[in-house]
Design a binder for this molecule. Structure first.
Ligand code: SAM
Length: 287
């Protein structure tokens, strides 16, 4: 029998990496000062925790807004030392002169955002500088562009960098209407990892979107392929979508907020392989 001190015993348990308190203070300021604009104060922190727990490597956000959720997800990746958030926005909400300045007024009073105070900021410049001053440039990529969902040609013509590897999480936040949701799924499903999360902001507290998602997820789980998925020009892609629907299971969770306001929910669709263990894969206890 080996002496007690050479007995290897069970491997040490992993601990979650420390949070970077200094980096989180500015993000708290951001959340407190401008998070309300898109109702992202708590959603951003929820996404931060999910990123830390599940360690997605490739996250795509459709609609950056003022970058509150973007920054929190990017910070989680920075703390983990891996991962990339791609966020796309055409700045259409921020074209009106003076509007950006008005909303950013509160944020630009506190460090590190006060470095931008004297600068001429349009929407794209704000996003670029915000990513710089929060130190998130190595984990966040901002794409200043209009998302094209009308045709595969238009979508693939953009040569989006996030298509280079499977997407682990997709955050749909340009709008919550059923046609945008189905168009987005049509374009993105073939690019999602076999286990992935899809978030649709505000969909659960809009009756049309809520009922649509309830019906859609039920149909997908019965391998009923939505008609939109069969309208693509590329035959291989159409076949891929049919196979994908038959090989996955979809779970829909409505996350609602008690706050009485316009943006007070998020639908969470979890897609996983049809397996007898949960995904993404982790250490399982068998009893
Ligand atoms: C609700 S905000 C995003 C909020 C952000 N995700 C958050 O959690 O704080 C929606 C954004 O989508 C952008 N947007 C709307 N339609 C778009 C499109 N077709 N392509 C790119 N961006 C779009 C708007 O400019 C706006 O900034």
């Amino acid at each position: 029998m080996p002496p007690a001190d050479t007995n290897p015993g069970p491997p040490p348990e992993e601990h979650s990496k420390p949070c970077d308190i200094r980096a989180l203070v500015p993000l708290m300021e951001m959340r407190n000062r401008i998070g309300y604009v898109y109702g992202s104060e708590d959603a951003a922190m929820l996404l931060y925790s999910l990123v830390r727990r599940e360690q997605p490597k490739n996250v795509v956000e459709l609609g950056a807004g003022l970058g509150v959720s973007t920054a929190w997800m990017g910070q989680a990746m920075k703390e983990l030392g891996a991962g990339q958030v791609w966020t796309i926005d055409d700045g259409s909400h921020w074209e009106e002169e003076g509007k950006l300045k008005l909303f950013l007024g509160q944020l630009l009073q506190v460090p590190p955002f006060n470095q931008m105070a004297g600068e001429e900021l349009d929407y794209a410049r704000y996003m670029g500088r915000m990513i710089e001053v929060t130190g998130l440039a190595s984990h966040v990529s901002f794409i200043h562009d209009r998302l094209e969902l009308s045709s595969e040609e238009a979508f693939y013509g953009k040569k989006y960098g996030f298509l280079a590897r499977p997407i682990d999480a997709l955050f749909i936040d340009i709008n919550r209407t059923p046609d945008t949701i189905i168009d987005t799924l049509f374009m993105f499903l073939p690019h999602l990892n076999e286990s992935a999360s899809i978030f649709v902001d505000s969909a659960s507290s809009s009756l049309a979107s809520y009922l649509f998602l309830e019906k859609l997820i039920d149909q997908l789980n019965h391998s009923k392929v939505p008609r939109r998925f069969l309208t693509g020009q590329n035959k291989d892609r159409r076949r891929m979508l049919v196979e994908l629907v038959s090989q996955r299971r979809f779970t829909l969770m409505h996350m609602v907020e008690r706050l009485k306001r316009e943006q007070n929910s998020m639908a969470w669709i979890r897609m996983e392989p049809n397996d007898y263990v949960p995904h993404p894969k982790t250490v399982m206890k068998w009893v």
